[in-house]
Every structure is written in structure tokens, then in C-alpha cells.
Design a protein around this ligand. Structure first.
Ligand code: FAD
Length: 496
């Protein structure tokens, strides 16, 4: 067994996703004369390009899948090791990789991301989407599909139901309204008409380079790639075989009770639903003999046959290889708890991105969400903390953790979420102000004690900077009452 060890005192980062690459890049800049080891399971790494600071806390960037040699060329002191880590011996400050090598570290940052939480593991008809590989599997299945069932109500489910064309989509959501992770019922109502019209043709050139990659030898099923990003479906043909118009049927307030094979379904002698064409509200039970490879029984008593099921029901942090023999504090959501220096409970081990759970007392206007932006911010800040701790310097919590800020696109609308945009954790102690122009914009602000604490901005509202400032300054706005959102009032002038 070849054993390679970094010099005792080396820097090591595990994971070639956004968090890990950003962390390694920042360490490489801070310690140009030292080697930075980036150990990653996937043959490609993810790099942030075209970073644009939209406002003080809002940022936009592209994500590029790159060969690790590109990163090594750009940062000559980064050494990318292409092998999954199978063991962490924290008492020895050592990691062991699948290919049998060992690496000693002075400080280590775990950035191994998360994997989809599937509604049923091991069922070939249940797909999760995480990386390029799983997205391609999905695309292959879709090409032959007549009907798919999408389960989940987060960002991935939202994007999928909008992007899939040419087959029936049954969307099972456990909440009262769609997109509950991001919106309230009002915003959902604003967006739903987009599902009822044919999607504009957006098969544009892809923003980032896509590679078709095979898992490294011997890592077939267990291969862990990086999570896809905001534009994962761009350039992918998400058209099914049927070529029919968009047809999305929403089943609200229900979960999947069980998944049945065709044989099991027949034995039970129950009826399956049809999906109404034209997005009518109601489906109907039928004894129609159309057969499906798999059936989904929902808790509302309805059963749908389909070609496959997309499980978009959240993620589970990839912590397993690191837990054995180490005393990590693991949070309820399965992430490694980190303090305000991104330190885990194990000495000299930090964590950033989807694998970690913020264990510090957050600013009143920030919450953790497993998103690109936070993976980048945490990776960058973890590197700064590792360096500061090593050099015995003080470091302040980065400003990006003051206010939750996320810019994205749903159903072809620009969407900006700020602060406690969904009144998270505020109980009844808040009020909402709304302004909505059908098909154009939806503006919601969350107010508490006359102060703005959150906002959802859909469409080209141009309000993000002003609202961000109002939230950061916590200015008392009670005097303005509902006029705050009056379209005839130039709110920016008000507060300049
Ligand atoms: P990852 O990107 O998952 O990277 C983890 C890395 O660790 C990988 O390189 C993997 O190979 C490596 N690894 C894992 N285990 C090991 C091991 N044992 N040893 C060595 N290496 C290991 N976020 C948004 O903000 N906006 C969006 O629109 C959006 N859309 C998304 C769409 C999809 C389909 C998915 C799946 C996610 C989406 N996200 C989105 C979430 C976003 O992709 C993640 O929050 C982000 O990628 C997390 O980055 P990370 O670096 O922590 O983890």
C-alpha cells in the first residue's frame, strides 16, 4: 500500500464542490508557500466564475465544472487528490483515502456536501438529482416517459415541474401551497399561471461547460459527484417522448404513502387516477386499463401510475466516512455542527457548505439554507478562520452572515429572498405588506415592530438594494404604514 503523507502541519480540504474549492483557493492565497491538499471523490471540481456582488449581501455567480488540472494550474500550491476519503483518524490528524494513501493535516476542512434524501432507497423507479451523472440518468428516463410523479416542494421540485415538457407531471406537495420552502401561498398563486402556459423555448447554450463523466474505476454506484447548481437544467433536453403541451397536476397537502410495483397494484385491486389534460383542478379515479411500471399511493387516498418518480425531498449531509471513532457533534438535520469559526467539535477539523449545520447564534436576519451562495461564503470564511486560528489572529464573523440574501430564478421570474422572507421563527409577531401586479411582479415584506425583517421580490422590482438597506439599518418605518409599498411612492427617494 502506497502511503503518502502531507508534511505534518499541512492544510487539507475534503470535497471538490463549491465549498471545498473556495476554501482551498483561499488557503492557497493566504499560504502561497505551502501545499494545500484538496481530496475529492469526483474527477471534476466546481469553480465559481464571474462573481458579481449585486449589493452588499446579494451575489450572483456562474459555476463551472473543471478538470482538477485547471485549478492546479491556477493555484500551483493546490494539489488535487482524486480519491474518496474513507476514514478520518482525528486523534492522529490523518485521513485515509479509498486508494490506500494517508494524509496528515495541521488543519482540515470537511466540505463533502450532501446527498438527496430519497423517499425510498434502492427502488430503481425512484430517482434523486444531485450531480451531472444523476441528471443524465433522469434525462434518459424522461426521454421515454409519458408521466412522472415529482415529490417535494423545495427549489429542485419547483424547477423540475417548470422545466419538464412533453409529458404529464403529477406534483405531490405536503404543504398547502407550492414552493413552501421559498414562498407563501400568495407568491405561489402568482407563479401558478406560469405552469399553465407553454414554457418559452429556453434551450439556450449552456452557461457552463458540461462534461460527460464516467465514475472512476471501482466507484460505480457509490460515486459521489458535486451537487449541480442553479443552471443545472440549461442546455439539457427535458422533453419527454409524447411531445404534448405542459401538463402539471398538483396534489397538495399529501405525502407518499407507499410505492407499488405493477404486480402489487394489480393484486390490491384499487383504482388509479387519470390526469386531466389542460391542468384542470380535479383528477378522477378510473378503471382504465392503462398500465404503468410503478404506482404511487398518496396519503390523500389517490393513486397514480407513472414511469418514474423524482424524489426532491431534501438532502442528507455526507458525514458517514468521518464519524467513526471521532467525537463530532451532529445536529438534528444530520450536519456537523460548527461554531462561529466554522470549527466542528473535533480539534483542528472545520466544516463548510452542505455538510455542516450552523451551530452559532445567528444574526436575527440570517438563517442557514443549503444553497450555492452559502457554500461559497462558508468555504471562504472557513479558510479565513483556519488561517486566523493558526496565526493566533482575531477574526470577526463575516458580514455575509448578517442578512440572508438569495437571488434565483423560478418559473422564468427573477426571485430575490431577503432576511426572514417567510417570517421564519417570528410566530404571530409580524405583519405582511403585499403588492402584486399579475404576471409582472410580486412584492411581499415582513414587518416586525415597524421594522422590515424580510422580503420576497418576484419580477424586476428593482427594490432589492433599498430593502436590504432598510433591513440592515433596522429603520423604524411605522410612520409610513402601508404606503411603504405604494407603487406611486418612490421608496428610494424616501430613504435617501
Ligand atoms: P457539493 O457540491 O455536494 O460537493 C461535495 C464534494 O465532496 C463533491 O466534490 C464530492 O465528490 C465530494 N465528496 C463527497 N464525499 C467525499 C468523500 N468521502 N471523500 C472525498 N470527497 C467527497 N443552490 C442554489 O443556491 N441555487 C439553486 O438553484 C440550486 N439548485 C440546485 C439544483 C440541484 C439539482 C441540486 C442537487 C442542488 C441545487 N442547489 C442550489 C444546492 C447547491 O448545489 C448546494 O448547496 C451546493 O452545491 C453545496 O456545495 P458543497 O460544496 O457544500 O457540496
Amino acid at each position: 500500500m502506497a502511503a503518502e503523507a502531507t508534511e505534518p502541519g499541512g492544510w487539507a480540504v475534503i470535497g471538490g464542490g463549491i465549498a471545498g474549492v473556495t476554501c482551498a483557493e483561499q488557503l492557497a492565497l493566504q499560504f502561497p508557500d505551502e501545499d494545500i491538499y484538496l481530496l475529492t471523490a469526483a474527477p471534476l471540481i466546481k469553480a465559481v466564475t464571474n462573481l458579481k456582488q449585486v449589493s452588499r449581501t446579494l451575489e450572483e455567480f456562474d459555476v463551472e465544472e473543471q478538470a482538477s488540472s485547471t485549478l492546479e494550474r491556477q493555484y500551483p500550491n493546490i494539489r488535487v487528490i482524486n480519491s474518496a476519503v474513507k476514514e478520518l483518524q482525528a486523534d492522529q490528524q490523518r485521513v485515509v483515502t479509498e486508494n490506500g494513501n494517508q494524509y496528515l493535516y495541521r488543519k482540515l476542512c470537511l466540505c463533502a456536501g450532501a446527498k438527496p434524501k430519497l423517499i425510498e432507497n434502492g427502488n430503481p423507479y425512484v430517482l434523486g438529482i444531485r450531480d451531472t451523472d444523476s441528471a443524465q440518468t433522469f434525462q434518459r428516463h424522461l426521454a421515454k416517459a409519458r408521466r412522472v410523479v415529482v415529490v417535494g416542494n423545495g427549489g429542485i421540485a419547483l424547477e423540475l415541474v417548470y422545466e419538464i415538457q412533453g409529458c404529464q407531471v403529477v406534483w405531490a406537495v405536503k404543504d398547502k401551497s407550492i414552493g413552501n420552502t421559498f414562498f407563501d401561498a400568495g407568491a405561489a398563486e402568482f407563479l401558478i399561471p406560469q405552469l399553465r402556459s407553454d414554457k418559452p423555448d429556453t434551450l439556450l447554450a449552456c452557461k457552463r461547460t458540461k462534461y460527460t463523466v464516467e465514475p472512476p474505476a471501482g466507484q460505480g454506484e457509490s460515486w459521489m459527484g458535486s451537487a449541480l447548481g442553479p443552471d443545472w437544467h440549461e442546455g439539457m433536453n427535458l422533453k419527454a417522448a409524447e411531445g404534448v403541451s405542459r401538463c402539471v397536476h398538483i396534489e397538495g397537502e399529501c405525502e407518499v404513502l407507499r410505492i407499488l410495483s405493477l404486480g402489487e397494484f394489480k393484486k390490491l385491486n384499487i383504482l388509479a387516477q387519470t390526469v386531466p389534460r389542460g391542468n384542470d383542478a380535479e383528477s378522477s379515479a378510473t378503471s382504465h386499463t392503462e398500465e404503468w411500471p410503478v404506482y404511487v399511493e398518496l396519503t390523500n387516498g389517490r393513486t397514480y401510475g407513472c414511469d418514474f418518480i423524482i424524489s426532491a425531498t431534501g438532502v442528507v449531509p455526507n458525514v458517514e466516512p468521518f464519524l467513526t471513532g471521532n467525537n463530532f457533534d451532529v445536529a438534528e438535520d444530520g450536519g456537523l455542527k460548527v461554531d462561529d469559526h466554522m470549527r466542528t467539535s473535533v480539534p483542528n477539523v472545520y466544516a463548510a457548505g452542505d455538510i455542516c449545520t450552523a451551530g452559532w447564534t445567528p444574526s436575527p436576519l440570517w438563517q442557514q439554507m443549503r444553497l450555492w451562495t452559502q457554500a461559497r461564503q462558508m468555504g471562504w470564511y472557513a479558510a479565513k478562520c483556519m488561517a486566523a486560528d493558526h496565526l493566533g489572529e482575531k477574526i470577526e464573523m463575516d458580514f455575509c452572515f448578517e442578512l440572508f440574501a438569495h437571488v434565483t430564478k423560478f418559473f422564468n421570474y427573477k426571485v430575490i429572498l431577503l432576511g426572514k422572507y417567510n417570517a421564519q421563527g417570528l410566530g404571530l409577531d409580524h405583519e405582511l405588506l403585499l403588492r402584486c401586479t399579475k404576471g409582472k411582479e410580486y412584492v411581499k415584506v415582513v414587518m416586525q415592530n415597524g421594522r422590515m425583517v424580510g422580503a420576497v421580490l418576484i419580477g424586476e422590482t428593482d427594490l432589492e438594494e433599498t430593502f436590504e438597506n432598510l433591513m440592515l439599518n433596522q429603520m423604524d418605518l411605522s410612520a409610513y404604514g402601508e404606503n411603504l409599498l405604494d407603487p406611486d411612492v418612490d421608496i428610494e427617494d424616501y430613504f435617501d
